[in-house]
Write a protein that binds this ligand. Structure first.
Ligand SMILES: *[C@@H]1O[C@H](CO)[C@@H](O)[C@H](O)[C@H]1NC(C)=O
Ligand SMILES: *[C@@H]1O[C@H](CO)[C@@H](O)[C@H](O)[C@H]1NC(C)=O
Ligand SMILES: *[C@@H]1O[C@H](CO)[C@@H](O)[C@H](O)[C@H]1NC(C)=O
Length: 421
C-alpha cells in the first residue's frame, strides 16, 4: 500500500519535472512575448557561418526527423539582419541544429494564434503594414491545410498493364471561377495521356477556397468538374496572392504522398501557353545528372524587394532586407521530381515568403541547386508584334500570358502539319 503511494508520488514528481522542462522549451518560441523577442534577437552560434552546410545529426528518438541542411550559398545571400524574416530563419536553423523538436508542422487550427503583441514587439513598424501583410505574418507558420477536393488516384495507372510512373505532372495554379481557362488547357497543351510511346502526362489544378461572403457559391459546379475531369485539388485556405506560397507547399506535400515517382513537375499559371511538344523534347534530351536536379525556367537574377508600397510585390524593409536569390519566374517553370522531397524538407526551415516564386528560389538555393536559365521560357511575354507569329511560338517552350481563346488558336496553329517555318 505504502509502496504504491510512493510510486504514485514519484511518478507525479517525474511528470511535473518533464512538463516543466518542455514548457520552458516552448516559452522561447510561443508563450511569452518577452522571451520570444529575446529568442529572435539572439545571435546565431558561430557555427552558422563558415561551415559548408549545416547538417544536423538525425535524432533517433523522433519518428520522422527531417534531414534538413541548408547550403552556405543561401546563408551568404541572406545574412542574419534585423529584418523579421531573417531572424525567423536563423532561429529555425538554430533549432534544427540543436535538434529542438520545434514542431514545424504546426497544427492548422491553432497556427494563427500568434499574438499581435508578439509581432509588434518583433517588427517595430508592424502597425504600418497593410492588413493583408499583417495577415500574412499572422499565418506565416500555418502549414498543411485540410484538403477539400483530392485526387488520390492521379498517379496510379488505370490501365491494366500500365506502370504507375508519371513522366510529367502539370501543377497549375488556378482559382475556382476560372472554369474556362482550365477547359482550354485540357483541350490543348494540358491534355492528359501517353505520349511518345508511353510517357504519362497528367495535370492537376491547385485551388484554395473562396470566401462565401464575397463570391457566388461555385462549390457544386466545382465538385461536378472534379468528378468529370479528376484533376482538381482544393485546399481549405483563402485564395489570395500572399497564400500562393502555402498553395505551392501544399502541392509539394500532396505530390510526395500521391505522385512520389514523377520525373518532372511543371509548375505554372492557368493563363500560360505551353508548347507541349517542345517541352517534351527538351525534357527527354536532358542528361540524367541534369534531369534529377532541374529547376529551369526564365531565371530572374539580382532582383530585390520592391520598395513602393503601392506595388503588388511590395515588401517592407523591416520584414525582409536583402537581395532575392536567383529564381525562376512563377508563370511556368520545371522541377525534377527528385527535388520534391528535399524541397519540402527544407521548406520546414525556410520561413514562408509572400511571393511564391521567390520562395521556391530560396528553397532551391538552400539545397545548393543552381537554377537553369532557358531562353524558351517567357514569363514576361514576347514582343507584341511577335505574339501571333506561329513560327516564333513554335521555337519557345512557354509564354505568359494568353487568354483561353488565344491558347486554342496558338495550339491549333503550331499543331498544323502544313506549318512551314
Ligand atoms: C499493355 O501493353 C501493351 C504493350 O506495351 C500495349 O500494346 C497495350 O495497349 C497495353 N494494354 C493496356 C490495357 O494498357
Ligand atoms: C500501381 O499502383 C496500384 C495501386 O497502388 C497497384 O495495385 C499496382 O500494382 C501498381 N502497378 C504497378 C505496375 O506497379
Ligand atoms: C491564407 O489562408 C488562411 C486560411 O484560410 C487565411 O486565414 C489567411 O487570411 C490567408 N492569408 C492571406 C494573406 O490571405
Amino acid at each position: 500500500m505504502r509502496r504504491t503511494r510512493s510510486l504514485i508520488i514519484l511518478a507525479f514528481i517525474v511528470s511535473s519535472l518533464l512538463i516543466f522542462f518542455f514548457s520552458t522549451m516552448r516559452l522561447e518560441t510561443s508563450t511569452s512575448p518577452a522571451r520570444r523577442s529575446e529568442a529572435l534577437q539572439t545571435q546565431p552560434t558561430q557555427q552558422l557561418h563558415g561551415s559548408d552546410a549545416i547538417t544536423p545529426q538525425q535524432s533517433t528518438a523522433a519518428p520522422r526527423p527531417p534531414p534538413v541542411s541548408v547550403s552556405d550559398r543561401l546563408l551568404k545571400t541572406i545574412s542574419l539582419n534585423g529584418a523579421y524574416w531573417s531572424r525567423v530563419m536563423y532561429m529555425a536553423l538554430k533549432n534544427v541544429q540543436e535538434r529542438n523538436p520545434s514542431s514545424p508542422d504546426c497544427d492548422w487550427s491553432r497556427c494563427k494564434e500568434i499574438k499581435t503583441e508578439l509581432l509588434q514587439i518583433n517588427v517595430h513598424d508592424f502597425n504600418t503594414y497593410s492588413a493583408l501583410f499583417r495577415d500574412f505574418l499572422q499565418g506565416m507558420s500555418c502549414r498543411l491545410p485540410p484538403i477539400l477536393i483530392d485526387q488520390p488516384n492521379k498517379c496510379i495507372s488505370g490501365e491494366g498493364n500500365g506502370t504507375n510512373h508519371t513522366f510529367l505532372l502539370f501543377a497549375i495554379k488556378s482559382t475556382a471561377a476560372s472554369f474556362e481557362r482550365r477547359q482550354a488547357l485540357r483541350e490543348t497543351w494540358g491534355r492528359e495521356g501517353l505520349y511518345d510511346g508511353g510517357l504519362r502526362v497528367q495535370i492537376v489544378f491547385l485551388l484554395g477556397s473562396s470566401s462565401s461572403l464575397d463570391d457566388p457559391d461555385l462549390n457544386s459546379m466545382l465538385s461536378f468538374e472534379a468528378q468529370r475531369h479528376r484533376d482538381i485539388l482544393q485546399w481549405d485556405f483563402h485564395e489570395s496572392f500572399f497564400n500562393l506560397t502555402l498553395k505551392m507547399n501544399s502541392f509539394l506535400q500532396w505530390a510526395l504522398d500521391n505522385c512520389p515517382d514523377v520525373s518532372f513537375v511543371f509548375s505554372g499559371d492557368d493563363d500560360v501557353f505551353v508548347n507541349f511538344p517542345a517541352l517534351l523534347r527538351y525534357l527527354q534530351a536532358l542528361e540524367p545528372s541534369k534531369a534529377s536536379q532541374l529547376y529551369a525556367g526564365q531565371i530572374i537574377t539580382s532582383a530585390s524587394p520592391i520598395s513602393d508600397p503601392k506595388n503588388k510585390y511590395y515588401i517592407p524593409l523591416s520584414f525582409y532586407d536583402g537581395p532575392y536569390p536567383a529564381y525562376a519566374g512563377g508563370g511556368g517553370f520545371i522541377l525534377s521530381g527528385a527535388l520534391l522531397r528535399p524541397l519540402y524538407a527544407v521548406s520546414q526551415v525556410v520561413p514562408f515568403f509572400p511571393i511564391d516564386d521567390v520562395y521556391t528560389g530560396m528553397c532551391v538555393m538552400a539545397l545548393g541547386v543552381s537554377p537553369e536559365a532557358h531562353d524558351g521560357f517567357r514569363t514576361f511575354d514576347i514582343r507584341e508584334e511577335h505574339r501571333e507569329n506561329l513560327c516564333i511560338t513554335k521555337n519557345l517552350i512557354m509564354i505568359h500570358q494568353r487568354s483561353p481563346q488565344q491558347i486554342k488558336r496558338l495550339w491549333v496553329g503550331i499543331s498544323n502539319r502544313l506549318l512551314k517555318c
